[in-house]
Design a protein around this ligand. Structure first.
Ligand SMILES: O=C(O)[C@@H](O)C(=O)CO
Ligand SMILES: [Mg+2]
Length: 258
């Protein structure tokens, strides 16, 4: 059974963000992920992780002005300087929390734009060069346009091609099964083909983005497939609980604490 990371942005919303760490540990998780830690100091996050025996699986670089609708900076040529600052800021948090994976969001730009594509590649080269000395991987995640209209990276093949083209050892795919099913389907064959370049996996039911086992996919079968493929990374539980977080954990098989 894979090692699950509670997504503290989507789960445990019944509690304040900093209190979610203890609740996730109490519920049996040994790792967490979230979108953005930046409302809190790195030491605050590190303290919650330490106090609750949790590993930080992943978080995102600053996305620009999220409230204003921005969804990342990497593919926006005019924001290159701000992107580089966001890399430095995310690395501060990653070093404090011992996170080994950072998700770089591309932003809203035409997927076929050569200018956006060039900026995106340059941004990834910069982020990977900055992260590599710390043993940190940079991840890119294709997102479906129903959830994120206008998002630059909306295709798993495009992501795999960019990873191959850049050939950076710490540039990897964030394989979100929810987006994969919506974008392409063919999840099992996709996992088989892309696992060698995959640095992190996430799960949620399709189409409602709720608990595993409540949608159109046989999520338990997919977890068994990950075991058969010897996937040793995390599976981020990036779903919106249908009712209460704790009430919705019947699917969750607790991994032994390491
Ligand atoms: O799938 C998602 O939406 C997230 O993993 C993310 O990082 C962008 O919101
Ligand atoms: Mg995701």
């Amino acid at each position: 059974m894979p090692r699950f990371a509670a997504n503290l942005t989507m789960m445990f919303g019944e509690w304040s963000f900093l209190d979610r760490f203890a609740e996730a540990a109490e519920a049996g998780f040994t790792a967490v992920e979230f979108l953005f830690p930046y409302e809190h100091q790195p030491a605050e996050i590190a303290d919650r992780l330490e106090r609750n025996g949790l590993e930080q699986a992943l978080f995102n670089l600053p996305p620009g002005d999220w409230a204003a609708g921005e969804r990342g900076l990497a593919a926006l040529p005019e924001r290159a300087a701000e992107f580089r600052d966001s890399v430095a800021r995310a690395l501060d948090y990653a070093l404090a929390t011992k996170a080994r994976r950072l998700h770089v969001m591309a932003g809203l730009a035409p997927s076929g734009s050569a200018e956006a594509g060039a900026a995106y590649r340059e941004a990834l080269r910069h982020a990977c060069a900055a992260a590599a000395p710390h043993g940190i991987d940079i991840l890119i995640e294709p997102l479906n346009k129903r959830d994120m209209p206008g998002y630059f990276l909306d295709d798993f093949g495009m992501a795999a091609d960019i990873i191959a083209e850049l050939g950076l050892p710490n540039l990897k795919l964030q394989f979100d099964i929810y987006h994969r099913q919506i974008l392409h389907g063919d999840v099992t064959r996709g996992l088989e083909a892309l696992l060698p370049i995959t640095g992190h996996i996430q799960i949620a039911s399709v189409p409602l983005r709720q608990e595993p086992g409540t949608g159109e996919l046989d999520d338990a079968r997919l977890f068994a497939t990950l075991d058969e493929l010897d996937y040793a990374g995390f599976v981020g539980c990036e779903y919106r609980p249908r009712a209460g977080t704790l009430e919705g954990l019947a699917w969750f098989v607790r991994a032994p604490r390491r």
